[in-house]
Design a protein around this ligand. Structure first.
Ligand code: PLP
Length: 396
């Protein structure tokens, strides 16, 4: 007979114990409680497109679903036509040549690849360089892989430029450097010279640059966001995560790709092929249609809508105790709170104005004193949210 155990239930892993709670889940719970109490909460906290993908994408998906041959497992490396469509996009948009077979790996949304890349590169004792502030998946993936975080300070007075000279940790432990421009949450943008500086840093320290670029096509005022892979020799030290979520309003479809350094792509594939079995063919077909057949005018018109919302929000900020630089890209306004307490500001707007914002401190300690507002909200609801915020602020 087996020895009896004193345990009454299985314990969860140390990996999970070490993980801080996911910020959005906490806000989500507060919002769910308010909604359950019958309150009409308007969410400016979520960075998800509110508009649908182009019609031809939906039509392609519909046709593909009805094809009886499209329902079995596909290849671990994803649909060849989708890989080709990604390579075609990089060539057209950035002048970057990619081999669709070895330098492109489709993902089930870029977040999946970001976390799995950490599993591919980090053992206990290894580290990721993560900007303070950052999209949480970089640090969460690092912690889940058992790695450490070395903080990369940013200069808020210089468009949140990384300050490699101010890094305090042991760089010999660093395997990965995470960056993201146009940025979530700060909306900061990068020029090619900044990517050059990053590639130089990665070459010097033997680090893989992970450029997370889901907002490359969410841009305003004629700005065009570069790709890190445009830097000469970048593919020796860099991968880029691209996503269809924000580019084509396909966040729920879960489709993206990791492109660039072929060794990193191969390593990521080893992790992925042991975890998932690729995506649904109809989703790949829809993704190929989005990349191959969406005219630039569709992106321009969509961005013009975001830009109008951005301007409307910028005009209201002074009336609600906030100030921000006008963003050139991303879905966000990164606004400084006049009295400096982002947590209080956010909990007050939620409780008293029924408008949800994101506290900057959720993204790192340098985010303290800032709140993030998203333009991914339908115009009428945005108008209502701004009216509520103005009245709330006046009545404080
Ligand atoms: C900076 C950044 N990276 C990655 C993602 C994840 O995107 P995806 O939908 O492709 O997983 C997001 C989503 O909000 C993001 O803001």
């Amino acid at each position: 007979m087996n020895a009896t155990s004193t345990r009454t239930k299985p314990k969860k892993s140390a990996r999970l114990e070490n993980l801080p709670p996911y910020g959005f889940a906490i806000i989500g719970k507060q919002i769910a409680d308010l909604k359950a109490a019958g309150k009409d909460v308007i969410r400016l906290d979520i960075g998800s497109p509110d508009m649908p993908p182009p019609d031809h994408v939906i039509e392609t998906m519909t046709r593909s679903i009805h094809n009886p041959n499209n329902h079995s497992y596909g290849s671990y490396t994803g649909d060849p036509a989708f890989r080709k469509a990604i390579a075609g996009y990089y060539q057209r948009r950035f002048g970057v040549e990619l081999d669709p077979n070895t330098e492109v790996l489709p993902l089930i949304g870029s977040k999946e690849g970001i976390v799995n890349m950490a599993l591919a590169y980090l053992d206990r004792g290894d580290a990721s360089l993560v900007p303070d502030v950052n999209y949480p998946a970089y640090s969460m993936g690092t912690i889940m892989a058992g790695g450490e975080i070395i903080e990369l300070p940013l200069d808020p007075d210089d468009n949140y430029r990384p300050r490699f000279d101010l890094i305090k940790g042991d760089l010999s432990k660093a395997e990965l450097l995470w960056v993201n421009y146009p940025n979530n949450p700060t909306a900061a943008t990068a020029d090619l010279a900044l990517y050059e500086e990053m590639i130089d840093f990665c070459r010097e320290h033997g680090v893989l640059l992970c450029s997370d670029n889901p907002y490359a096509e969410v841009v305003y005022d004629g700005y065009r966001a570069p790709s890190a892979l445009q830097v000469a020799g970048a593919k020796d030290y860099a991968v880029e995560f691209m996503s269809l979520s924000k580019t084509y309003n396909m966040a729920g479809w879960r489709l993206g790709a990791c492109v660039g350094n072929r060794e990193a792509i191969a390593n990521l594939l080893v992790v992925k092929s042991n975890i998932d079995s690729g995506h649904f063919k109809a989703v790949y077909d829809a993704g190929s249609a989005a990349l191959n057949d969406t005219p630039d005018s569709w992106l321009d018109e969509r961005n013009a809508i975001y830009q109008r919302r951005r301007d409307k929000m910028m005009a209201v900020l002074p009336e609600i105790g906030l100030s921000a630089k006008t963003p050139k890209g991303s879905l966000y306004l990164w606004a400084k709170v006049a009295d400096g307490d982002d947590q209080k500001y956010v909990s007050d707007t939620l409780a008293q104005a029924l408008v949800a914002l994101t506290p900057g401190s959720m993204y790192g300690k340098a985010g303290r004193g800032f709140v993030r507002l998203s333009v991914g909200i339908e115009d009428k609801r945005l108008d209502e949210a701004l009216t509520r915020l103005k009245e709330w602020y006046k009545a404080r």
